[in-house]
Design a protein around this ligand. Structure first.
Ligand code: 1CP
Length: 353
């Protein structure tokens, strides 16, 4: 375990004073970077990169060499959890993720195992240990998982979906069996995140990417309930410090008060809401991550800077803001624009602290 040299990200989540607003970028290691594409071209599939400890570590570090980011994130994917549960994950170049053995019936759900993450996901723990050795505490390392609901959606739909009809059919026709599935996924996620903490990560983010397709009561019953269980059961500290947690949701801004109440330290919000309004609504309960539209990075440098200034001003004075995009960075973003973005956040946020 290393003492952190730059702990701006951690301090901001804990709403302690900072000299400037910290920034990291969702999907910061990935397809918009030429150095990633170069490595990617040497492998025929994405999963083999995720399982290659040296390569995944190198890719995690790439964005930090280019930009003054305040955190690193492990290079992996939320779908390695269903893979470790025996579903046989693959990534099709055109169609995206899919499973050899998707969940199609009750018997499939009954068969889902509770795994040992130190066995089934040992490669992720090895990647974490290797990144930590390289970072030597220069910035915090973020670990992550998909939310139980989001993972269940992929496992039942067999990949992505436009209307999520299959999982919604189970939800409305046999909610008890869906709860059994969510229970197992939740238990596996807690084991996974606690193993990540033991391996050395400094913070956790949960991605509830598909919570926003539900109505209010279904969101509370099938997503929020399980996220609350996770917040209550992750270790929250290692030998030397507290491990702050962020919950990222998409399309859930109408339920912010509920989401702020379940025990995460920070909420990640998309760009569908003014960040000042988020702050007013959640008060002192949580810190806020976000929330620039990733498409702003297509604009001119001056427009990017203006947008950054506007979001900083909307948030207002004081700590508790972790700057980020409102969703993952687009793969056709110009890497030069990312420098302008990151530096603008640092330069123009000083006056707010
Ligand atoms: O060929 C390639 O290069 C594969 C593209 C790719 C990459 C680079 C995928 C497939 N996943 C990733 C990496 C990844 N995914 C990271 C680490 C990179 C970083 O942040 O620096 C992380 C944190 C994720 C998380 C992830 N994967 C989410 C949650 C966050 C979000 O964006 O909402 C989700 C929903 C996924 C599923 C997934 N994996 C990959 C794709 C194309 C998808 C989306 C499928 C869909 O459209 O539903």
């Amino acid at each position: 375990m290393y003492q952190l040299k730059n702990d701006r990200y951690i301090r901001a989540i804990l709403r302690k004073p900072v000299d400037m607003t910290p920034i990291w970028i969702m999907r910061q290691a990935g397809r918009y970077l030429p150095e990633y594409k170069k490595i990617r071209a040497e492998f025929d599939n994405f999963l083999s990169i995720c399982k290659n400890v040296d390569v995944a570590c190198e890719i995690s570090l790439q964005p930090l060499r280019r930009y003054n980011l305040d955190a690193a994130i492990i290079f992996s994917d939320i779908l390695v959890v269903p893979d470790a549960m025996g579903l046989g994950l693959y990534f099709d170049e055109k169609k995206g993720p899919g499973f050899l053995y998707p969940v199609t019936c009750q018997a499939d759900i009954k068969r889902l195992p509770i795994y040992d993450p130190e066995q089934e996901l040992s490669y992720v723990m090895n990647i974490i240990r290797m990144i930590c050795k390289n970072l030597k505490g220069s910035v915090p390392l973020i670990g992550f998982s998909g939310s139980p609901w989001t993972l269940a959606a992929y496992m039942v739909q067999n990949g992505s979906s436009k209307n999520f009809n299959k999982i919604k059919k189970i939800m409305y026709s046999d909610p008890i069996i869906l709860h059994k599935m969510l229970d197992k996924i939740t238990e596996n996620i807690i084991l996974y995140l606690n193993a990540q903490i033991c391996a050395g990560i400094n913070s956790i983010i949960l991605f509830d990417t598909w919570g926003g397709i539900l109505n209010y009561s279904a969101y509370r019953e099938f997503s929020l309930y399980y996220l609350k269980k996770i917040a209550a059961n992750v270790l929250r500290k290692n030998e030397i410090s507290y491990i702050p947690t962020i919950l990222f949701t998409k399309g859930c801004n109408q339920w912010l008060e509920d989401i702020a109440d379940i025990g995460f330290d920070a909420l990640g919000v998309d760009w569908g809401i003014n960040i000042g309004d988020v702050r007013r609504r959640v008060g002192n309960k949580v810190a806020i991550q976000g929330n620039m539209d990733p498409s702003v990075l297509y604009a001119s440098p001056q427009k990017i800077i203006n947008e950054v200034k506007m979001i900083l001003a909307s948030y207002g004075k004081g700590s508790g803001h972790i700057f980020n995009l409102g969703h993952g960075i687009n793969q056709d973003t110009a890497p030069e624009n990312v420098s302008i973005f990151v530096d603008a956040v640092h330069n123009f946020s000083k006056q707010w602290h």
